[in-house]
Design a protein around this ligand. Structure first.
Ligand SMILES: [Fe+2]
Length: 276
């Protein structure tokens, strides 16, 4: 970006918000044909750029998911993490919406075997679809109480098209399950293609310089776990699926997949409605 212009990194051509080329450093003021680019409606909100790639007339800023839990700029926070994933974005939704995978895939990092057996409750919310996993009398999987007896929870809410917010926490057994404001995690997926996805993630909590280690602690864990535990699994699934359509493979659906299946169906419905 150059102010409110976008500058091409190749030859320095600059474009304004309409897509018109308004600066050409090597062209003696000339603009060759074809230097206009397509522009897209864009809104900056919650420290994220929301681009509408469809018909500009259909852009609706009120459809942007509510991510007010993302802290404002200025503090020490854990935001802006990124992974490039060789897999379809819906596989990422399957992963995040199935909270039970934490006790297996993340055994020893975010989870442990005591967290198995919890019942997931799935429900519709005004903004999307929510899954709640309450795990009483277990050993804490992650955070300051890791390894200690606790009641813990791991809940997730999906908002269209591909944004998920987790709220997680742990308290001593029997204590009120009060949510820590820093205990929200954000997962934002932008499809690059049918077979590749941009994965942006982070967490709530904005800390002073003295407590910046808290943000760093979660950042290190998220990056390590997502890169070395989730990502190889997602990419292995994607590789095995190849070009096959998901439902045509008659996937085994576990009870813990209820939320992910609801989301897949909702997205399919939204796609149908948009193309009708
Ligand atoms: Fe995971």
């Amino acid at each position: 970006m150059r102010g409110d212009r976008i500058e091409c990194a190749y030859h320095g051509l600059q474009f304004d918000r309409t897509g018109a080329c308004i600066a050409n450093p090597s062209g003696n003021g000339q603009f060759p044909r074809g230097t206009r680019v397509r522009s897209y409606p864009l809104v900056e909100r919650h420290r994220i750029l929301w681009i509408w790639p469809g018909n500009p007339a259909d852009a609706e800023a009120s459809a942007i998911p509510d991510l007010h839990l993302i802290p404002p700029e200025g503090g020490n926070d854990n935001l802006g993490n990124y992974l490039h994933v060789r897999g379809n974005w819906l596989l990422e939704i399957d992963n995040i919406m199935d909270l039970t995978h934490v006790s297996y895939l993340h055994d020893g990092s975010l989870g442990n075997p005591t967290m198995r057996g919890g019942q997931i409750k799935v429900r519709e919310t005004p903004g999307g679809i929510r899954a709640d996993l309450w795990m009483p009398n277990t050993l804490c999987g992650f955070g300051p109480m890791q390894g200690q007896p606790c009641d813990q929870w791991n809940n997730v809410e999906w908002m269209a098209p591909s944004i998920m917010v987790l709220d997680f926490g742990a308290v001593p057994p029997g204590a009120p399950p009060i949510q820590d404001p820093g205990g929200y995690a954000f997962h934002v997926f932008t499809p690059e293609s049918e077979t590749a996805t941009h994965y942006f993630f982070g967490s709530s909590g904005s800390y002073s310089d003295e407590e910046a280690w808290k943000a760093d602690f979660v950042r290190e864990a998220q990056n390590r776990v997502f890169l070395t535990e989730d990502n190889p699994m997602i990419e292995a699934i994607a590789e095995r699926m190849g070009d096959a359509e998901f439902w045509s493979m008659r996937p085994a659906i576990l009870p813990s997949d209820a939320a992910a299946v609801r989301v897949r169906r909702r997205i399919a419905k939204m796609c149908r409605e948009e193309t009708d």
